[in-house]
Design a protein around this ligand. Structure first.
Ligand code: ZN
Length: 504
């Protein structure tokens, strides 16, 4: 990109780099003032700016204009871009009024962000991004060396600050990193991880013209329970970074706009775009038949909603099961069961395939916006990872730049890995029942397959929950690798090895 034009010195630092340190929107002038600075210099640039929201291409632009005119809005413009419409207004207050009308018409809420964040998203800039003057205008450059201590800790050199109070000094680096990732001023970075996650998702949804759903029905979700007591010699396998990777087009292509599309409805149980949340109708052959479902959530829902509770409770006790068995079924009885269960039961020859299914699927044509974002995330991480690797000399490891790179990698990976959990979190405005069900079903079926695979390989799985699995013995790295390659999944992380400790 642009940075090849400029010569870089040995540590990859560009000369005369200016960092974006402040952004202010001035409503009366319809402009944004952006401050670029470094240790020695400070420049302010003005940019014409109209607050905007992005709307999906699926809406009818002409009808939208008519609608807004009928509500006496005058100061707006609607521009058709490549992937969406951009609705601009001459003032932020007016834009908020427009959005309030639109949300009533759509039954979904378009996100309105502060004008400063809109500006940054539109430009693909953020706080502490690096810039250089090129032919009299500032151009963003990919530099991963970020010594912004002059702005974050102006009173004292970073080396000194580290000597006095390392924890406090590195706290400021971390805040600068979060400000950069979330595109909000450093003093507005929330302390709470969930609030940070919410902002992270706001940016993704806003950029992709995706509205926030209002659908907030309740659905039962089994509690994550951990067995009591101490266990010797176990290792824990962390699946949480895996879930978000399964959002990509390579796997389940998850997204509100790619689920149950009109172009790719599956025809057979073998179709690869069927989601594990699909319920398949089967007809039972034997009488007094029970089975263990691959989905603890399905088992729990079934138990609550069907008679013969006592029988299931007894069976659970008798066979030391972790979840209620599903049943009893009589010969000829018809029931809808999760895809994975149906496949297993059909294979075992204990059921026949029915015809009335409730299928979920993902699109094979269009890539979901989550999937697209994921590929750009890994690009972003790569830069800091290389920078950090190339700068492991002892002198450098206590510098601001080094901590910035390290904290960037940590915060960014955590925010990305937490996306599926936030979509399942009822407290989040991005919670959607439909997506949450998909994510849970993918987690459950993956963990179920993991358990089956491990047992075949001679391992004992002590416990699984939506974060991971606890396996007896210390050789789970081999197991995790073997499992992921057998299903072509990303490799989960081995979190810890423990002797005589509690499962957490
Ligand atoms: Zn499709």
């Amino acid at each position: 990109m642009v940075n090849n034009i400029f010569s870089q010195n040995k540590s990859g630092v560009l000369g005369n780099v200016l960092y974006l340190t402040n952004v202010t929107y001035v409503d009366s002038k319809r402009e944004v003032l952006a401050e670029f600075s470094n240790k020695f210099d400070k420049k302010v640039e003005r940019y014409k700016f109209f607050p905007f929201i992005l709307l999906p291409k699926s809406i009818d632009g002409e009808k939208l204009k008519e609608l807004l005119l009928s509500f006496s809005f005058k100061f707006f413009s609607l521009q058709e871009k490549e992937n969406y419409f951009s609705l601009q207004s001459t003032s932020f207050v007016e834009l908020k009024k427009i959005v309030s009308v639109l949300s009533k018409c759509f039954g979904k809420l378009p996100l309105v962000l502060e004008p400063e964040r809109q500006f940054l998203i539109e430009k693909n800039w953020s706080y502490f991004d690096s810039f250089l003057y090129f032919e009299n205008s500032l151009i963003k450059v990919d530099s991963f060396s970020k010594d912004v201590s002059f702005s974050v800790l102006p009173e004292i050199p970073f080396v000194e600050a580290m000597k006095i109070n390392q924890e406090e000094a590195t706290f400021f680096v971390n805040q600068a990193v979060l400000s950069n990732i979330l595109k909000i001023p450093i003093n507005l970075v929330p302390k709470n991880k969930q609030d940070q996650e919410e902002i992270f998702l706001e940016n993704i949804f806003f950029k992709n013209a995706e509205f926030v759903s209002w659908e907030k029905e309740n659905f039962v979700k089994t509690k994550n329970f951990t067995p009591f007591g101490y266990f010797d010699n176990f290792s824990s396998i962390d699946f949480s970074p895996v879930w978000v990777e399964l959002f990509s087009k390579k796997f389940f292509n998850i997204g509100p706009e790619t689920k149950n599309c009109s172009c790719c409805k599956p025809f057979t149980l073998e179709d690869k775009n069927l989601l594990p949340s699909s319920l398949i109708e089967v007809k039972f052959i034997e009488s007094d038949f029970f089975f263990e479902s691959s989905s603890p959530n399905f088992a729990q829902e079934f138990h609550f909603n069907h008679k013969d509770k006592l029988e299931r409770e007894q069976k659970k006790k008798e066979f030391f099961l972790k979840h209620y068995p599903v049943g009893p079924f009589s010969s000829g009885q018809v029931e809808k069961v999760p895809l994975l269960d149906a496949k297993k039961l059909l294979e075992e020859g204990v059921v026949e395939l029915g015809s009335n299914h409730l299928v979920d699927w993902f699109c094979l044509n269009k890539e979901s916006f989550f999937s697209k974002e994921l590929s750009s995330f890994s690009e972003k991480l790569k830069g800091f990872e290389e920078f950090s690797k190339n700068n492991q000399q002892s002198l450098f490891v206590s510098s601001f730049e080094f901590f910035f790179a390290e904290f960037f990698i940590k915060n960014f990976s955590e925010l990305v890995a937490e996306i599926p959990f936030q979509l399942m979190n009822k407290g989040s405005k991005f919670h959607s029942v439909s997506l949450a069900k998909t994510i849970i079903s993918i987690q459950e079926s993956t963990l179920f397959k993991f358990k089956e695979f491990s047992e075949k390989e001679g391992y004992r799985v002590l416990h699984t929950n939506n974060r991971g699995a606890y396996v007896k013995g210390f050789s789970s790295l081999t197991l995790a690798k073997k499992f992921s390659s057998s299903l072509a999944l990303p490799i989960p992380k081995i979190r810890s090895f423990a002797k005589n400790s509690k499962l957490t």
